[in-house]
Design a protein. Structure first.
Length: 94
């Protein structure tokens, strides 16, 4: 596991890849059989997660990347790519 201080060095595309990889890892247990999880996957319909699990995943990502995603932002997140972008934007705003 990468230490939080190492994340400070992540920028741009490297951070985006790191975030997407972590999202893939967290959502892998909820993958629909025979259907790949991609950045364009709609989290609520492309995986078997329920709303509580989605919130747990977001909280874990917030802890992992030392960010807070506001509720109004998280409510508008549909895809893995959008979730990753929200994290990247929050890190950039620190």
């Amino acid at each position: 596991m990468q230490a939080t201080h190492d994340l400070v060095a992540d920028t741009g595309a490297a951070l985006q890849r790191n975030v997407i990889g972590e999202i893939f890892r967290l959502l892998a247990p909820y993958q629909v059989a025979g259907k790949a999880i991609t950045p364009q996957t709609v989290i609520s319909t492309g995986t078997t997660v329920d709303s509580l699990t989605i919130m747990d995943v977001i909280m874990e990502l917030e802890d992992r990347f030392d960010v807070t995603i506001p509720m109004n932002v998280s409510a508008g997140i549909d895809t893995i790519d959008q979730l990753a972008e929200a994290i990247v934007v929050q890190r950039a705003g620190r």
